[in-house]
Write a protein that binds this ligand. Structure first.
Ligand code: PEP
Ligand code: MG
Length: 325
C-alpha cells in the first residue's frame, strides 16, 4: 500500500468527476519541510508559528522570523505557504508568563486576542511575513477570530506594517492573501459578514468542535461528546463554505477532521476546496479524494445535513468511503 501511495505522489488531488481539491500540509516546525516536499502536498495550508516559542522565551525577532518564513516560501514556491500568526495560550505555551493562572485557558487569552493586545510584537511578525512574501507565494491567516472587529484591527495592523516596510523600501507582496481561521461558532455563524473582509477561510475543526459542543478537546472524560459529525458542527461548516462561496472566498479545513478519510466524503460533499493535513496523512487523503465522486459526496452531504444523530451522519460518510476505499 505504501508503495502504491508513493507512486501517486505527483498525482492531482482530483475527484473522479473532475473536482480539484488543494491538498496541503500542516506544520509546526520549519524542519518538517522535507516531509512536506516528500508527501507531494500542494504547499503548506497551516504553519503554526506559535511553535517558534520556546519555554520561557519570547518570539524570535523580526529578522529571524523573516529568515525562517523566507526559506520556507522559497522552498515551496510557487506553491503557497499559509502562515498563521501566533496562536499562543489555550493548551499551547503562553507568549509571556501570566501573572495569575487563567481558570479557563481555552476561553481566555489566546490566539488573535494576544496579538491585538501586543501590537508591537504582532507587527514584528506581520512585517516578517510580509518580507517573506516577496520571495514566494505567502498568505497570512489569523487564529481564533470571534468577530469583525478583530478582523479589521488585524488588517489595520497589517496595513501599518506594509506602510512601515514601504517607507524603508523593503519589497513585499501588496496583495498578500489574507484569511482567517473559522474555529469559533461565533465566526462560523457570521461567516457571511466576515467573508467580504478576507480572501479565504480555513476551518479549524479542533477548536470549532470543542467550542460548539462545550467539550474540552484534551479532556478524555468528555471525549465522547467531541464529535466531528455532530449536526451542529456539520451545519456550521456548511454555512461557512456557502457564505464564503457567495463572496468568492475559498474555504479549507485544517483541523484533524481533514485527515480522517472516513470523513473525506462528507467534507468534499459540503463543498470544501482545500484540505490541510499532517504531512504523513497527505498520501492517504489524496488517495481518498481520487477515489470519490464529488457529485455522489454532495448528494450524501445533502442528506447528512438533515440527519439528527452524529452516528448516522458518520455512517453516511463511512458508507461512501468504504464503497471506494
Ligand atoms: C484547529 O483548531 O482546528 C486548528 C487547526 O488549530 P489548532 O489545532 O492549532 O488550535
Ligand atoms: Mg485552533
Amino acid at each position: 500500500v505504501r508503495y502504491e501511495l508513493e507512486a501517486q505522489r505527483d498525482a492531482e488531488a482530483t475527484t473522479t468527476d473532475g473536482r480539484k481539491i488543494t491538498l496541503s500540509a500542516n506544520i509546526e516546525l520549519p524542519s518538517e519541510l522535507p516531509l512536506v516536499q516528500n508527501s507531494g502536498a500542494k504547499g503548506i495550508g497551516l504553519y503554526r508559528t506559535e511553535f517558534l516559542l520556546l519555554k520561557g522565551e519570547q518570539m524570535p525577532g523580526e529578522a529571524q522570523q523573516a529568515e525562517i518564513y523566507t526559506n520556507l516560501a522559497k522552498a515551496l514556491s510557487p506553491d503557497p505557504l499559509i502562515i498563521r500568526t501566533l496562536d499562543s495560550g489555550g493548551d499551547k505555551l503562553p507568549v509571556e508568563p501570566l501573572t495569575e493562572p487563567e481558570p479557563n485557558p481555552f476561553l481566555g487569552w489566546r490566539g488573535i486576542r494576544v496579538s491585538l493586545d501586543r501590537p508591537n510584537m504582532f507587527k514584528e511578525q506581520l512585517r516578517a511575513i510580509l518580507r517573506a512574501s516577496a520571495h514566494g507565494h505567502v498568505a497570512v491567516m489569523f487564529p481564533l477570530i470571534s468577530g469583525i472587529r478583530e478582523v479589521r484591527k488585524a488588517k489595520d495592523l497589517l496595513k501599518e506594517s506594509m506602510d512601515e516596510l514601504a517607507a524603508d523600501d523593503v519589497p513585499f507582496d501588496e496583495n498578500i492573501e489574507t484569511g482567517v481561521m473559522i474555529e469559533l461558532p461565533s465566526a462560523a455563524i457570521i461567516a457571511d459578514l466576515i467573508a467580504p473582509e478576507v480572501d479565504f477561510f480555513s476551518i479549524g475543526t479542533n477548536d470549532l468542535i470543542q467550542y460548539t459542543v462545550a467539550a474540552d478537546r484534551v479532556n478524555h472524560r468528555v471525549a465522547d461528546l467531541y464529535r466531528p459529525t455532530h449536526p451542529a458542527v456539520i451545519r456550521l461548516i456548511k454555512q461557512t463554505i456557502d457564505a464564503g462561496a457567495q463572496h468568492g472566498v475559498w474555504t479549507g479545513v485544517c483541523g484533524e477532521m481533514a485527515a480522517d478519510i472516513q470523513l473525506t466524503p462528507l467534507l468534499l460533499g459540503l463543498g470544501v476546496e482545500e484540505l490541510s493535513v499532517g504531512p504523513h496523512q497527505v498520501p492517504r487523503v489524496r488517495r481518498a479524494i481520487r477515489a470519490l465522486s464529488h457529485a455522489e459526496c454532495a448528494a450524501m452531504a445533502d442528506e447528512a445535513i438533515r440527519t439528527p444523530l452524529s452516528f448516522d451522519v458518520l455512517d453516511l460518510s463511512t458508507a461512501l468511503a468504504s464503497k471506494y476505499y
